[in-house]
Design a protein around this ligand. Structure first.
Ligand code: ASP
Length: 614
């Protein structure tokens, strides 16, 4: 008789010793099977865990016979009684004190031999796992990642719902929204030669919602950016996107903090201390060399330019004289910093473009601290002053960076992070949230000789800096804020420009001519002209939140069907070629060099031709 699998009584992680004697129906996948001299044991798995099943030839010879033919990943339903395991308790399993003695077994489906084991210990390559992602997702670790992801998404929705935010979808087939990346384009069939852009973010639409009077909007939304992929990027990713009318930055930040509280609580059961501290962009750069500092550990940067202004050592003097800086980091009690380690660090720094890594150690001299080794002899006259300013003491090592402010920050940020790791100063069970505010509104691009928005062109300047928009754009600070968690940027947003004339001025400053602004953003300019309320918002990357809270290694681990670094989906093989017919309908002809490459890859044009005819 078939087991009524639709009437399962328990999941496989649930049964305990207190259930002994109960009749139960279980369903799931065969994790493994063992034939022990007549007795067959099967571990049955579902998303909650595993239960040991025992097939005794005397209880039901037919079930026992079927059980002997079970293989990994077969799908079964069973009926039996919960029994104590007696001496064979498995203390590692929550269900380890019981087993289920089976009376009836129903084989619901067979499985081909799987390409890798469905366990957390599985060491299959990422490529193989992603090609078989449906199997990979069966692994307990992945089950818990995606359930964490669900808890976070659901906490976010509940929070915004409870706080008066309206969830409204914004279009995917749309026009370019500048967020600093390349657009993914979708050709139009009915308007040949015209293209939609997939949204890099719903930025303009959410601003329009404020102009439409919705007051507060929040959406969990997919965004698309065609970037050269790094380990922590995906071409499509999910943002928690929100916008609020009649607010200043404080209200947006408070709303985000409330949401973070829920994410931590519902996601991983942690009460996060709030409000998060705030520092300005400038302070973050000065103290940490980066605008998203990891504040779980010290090793702050110090500026010693003024002290060393008269140094003779050309390596330092040259950059100082040409307007550069000397910054340093003091590593305390650095016994671990052997020559081998500092040499290694020096070559890593060369790898990121530094000339080297000047360093020296502080020792106790007769009349106070002295420098020893490294650049000691050049810096000796300044020893006392450098130690005073930087707090260095005998036993410490001082690392220097010399050059432009930007380079010195970049290089010492690298040194700081590596020292944090080497000296094991970074606690991995602490969560440090931090707001970075007052970003510069624009960045100068030396190559293109023009200004770019640091955030995006809709970000408002600080009121007291508006007058500098024309005279000194580089000094204008924006009403922008980023939320940083343990050194990772988790959210970024701003108060927006709501006056059309200021928006037009900013477009001009960015070198977007009036006609182009009209073509691209006319609907925004129109909307701004019809009584746009002051408004602001923020977006945070859901994938990144899940990755950090799950302590996963890469975004690919927390996206159900991720793309590789070549922007390919190994499961579906997307992107793929399309037929000549489809291209014709879209009015598209591949460029000759692309065609030639394709032909070559497919083994000659004839082959391609046949493939299309099929
Ligand atoms: N649209 C911005 C982004 O995607 C966020 C915001 O300004 O609200 O980064």
């Amino acid at each position: 008789m078939a087991v009524a699998y639709h009437k399962r009584t328990h999941k496989n992680g649930e049964l305990r010793i207190t259930d002994a004697g109960q009749e139960v129906t279980l369903v799931g996948w065969v994790q493994n099977y063992r034939d022990h001299g007549g007795m067959v044991f099967v571990d049955l798995r579902d998303y909650t865990g595993v239960t040991q099943l025992k097939f005794n030839p005397e209880t039901d010879p037919q079930a026992h016979e079927t059980a002997r033919a079970l293989r990994n990943e077969y799908v079964i339903a069973v009926l039996g009684h919960v029994a104590q395991r007696g001496a064979n308790i498995n203390p590692k399993l929550p269900t380890g004190e019981i087993e289920v003695e089976i009376r009836e077994l129903d084989l619901l489906n067979r499985s081909k031999p799987v390409p890798f084991e469905i366990t957390d210990q599985c060491d299959a390559s990422e490529d193989l796992r992603l090609k078989n992602r449906m199997l990979d997702l069966r692994r307990p670790q992945n089950q818990s990642i995606f359930r964490l992801r669900h808890r976070i998404a659901s906490a976010v929705r509940k929070y915004f719902d409870a706080n008066g935010f309206v969830e409204i979808e914004t279009p995917y087939l749309t026009k370019s929204t500048p967020e600093g990346a390349r657009d993914y384009l979708v050709p139009s069939r009915v308007q040949q030669g015209h293209f939609y852009a997939l949204p890099q973010s719903p930025q303009i639409f959410k601003q329009l919602f404020m102009m439409s009077g919705f007051d507060r909007y929040a959406q969990i939304v997919r965004c698309f950016r065609d970037e050269d992929l790094r380990a922590d990027r995906q071409p499509e990713f999910t943002q928690v996107d929100l916008e609020m009318a009649f607010v200043q930055a404080d209200e947006v930040m408070a709303a985000v903090e409330g949401c973070c509280r829920e994410i931590f609580k519902q996601g991983i059961g942690v009460d996060i201390p709030l409000p998060a501290p705030r520092i300005s962009y400038q302070e973050a750069m000065d103290r940490y060399g980066i605008d998203r500092p990891d504040t779980r550990f010290g090793l702050e940067l110090q500026d010693v330019t003024d002290i060393l202004r008269n140094i003779e050592f050309a390596v330092f003097r040259g950059p100082i004289d040409s307007g550069g800086v000397v910054k340093c980091i003091v590593a305390k009690g650095a016994d671990k910093l052997t020559r081998k380690i500092t040499d290694g660090l020096t070559s890593e720094l060369r790898g990121i473009g530094a000339g080297g890594l000047p360093l020296t150690k502080v020792i106790a001299g007769q009349d106070g601290p002295e420098f020893s080794t490294g650049v000691a002899k050049h810096l000796q006259p300044f020893c006392r002053a450098v130690c005073e300013v930087s707090g260095a003491e005998p036993g410490d090592t001082i690392f220097f960076a010399v050059g432009s402010y930007g380079d010195a920050c970049k290089h010492l940020h690298y040194v700081r992070t590596r020292l944090g790791e080497i000296l094991e100063l970074i606690p991995d069970d602490e969560w440090h949230l931090l707001w970075v505010v007052d970003f510069p509104m624009f960045e100068w691009d030396e190559e293109e000789k023009r200004w770019f928005s640091t955030h995006h062109p809709f970000t408002a300047p600080r009121d007291e800096d508006v007058d500098m928009l024309d005279s000194d754009p580089g000094r204008v600070r924006a009403k922008a804020y980023d939320l940083v968690l343990n050194g990772t940027e988790m959210a970024g947003g701003s108060i927006r420009i709501h006056q059309p004339d200021v928006q037009a001025q900013v477009f001009r400053l960015l070198g977007i001519p009036d006609e182009e602004a009209r073509a691209k953003f006319q609907f925004l300019m129109e909307a701004l002209a019809y009584g746009a309320p002051p408004h602001g918002g923020i977006a945070f990357g859901l994938d990144r939140w899940v990755m950090i809270l799950a302590k996963a290694q890469s975004l690919r681990d927390v996206v159900a069907f991720p793309k590789t670094q070549r922007a390919v989906c190994p499961l579906t093989d997307a992107p793929s070629e399309v037929s000549e017919g489809q291209l014709r309908e879209l009015g598209i002809d591949l460029r000759p060099e692309v065609k030639a490459k394709k032909d070559q890859a497919a083994g000659g044009p004839e082959h391609v031709h046949r493939a299309h005819d099929e």
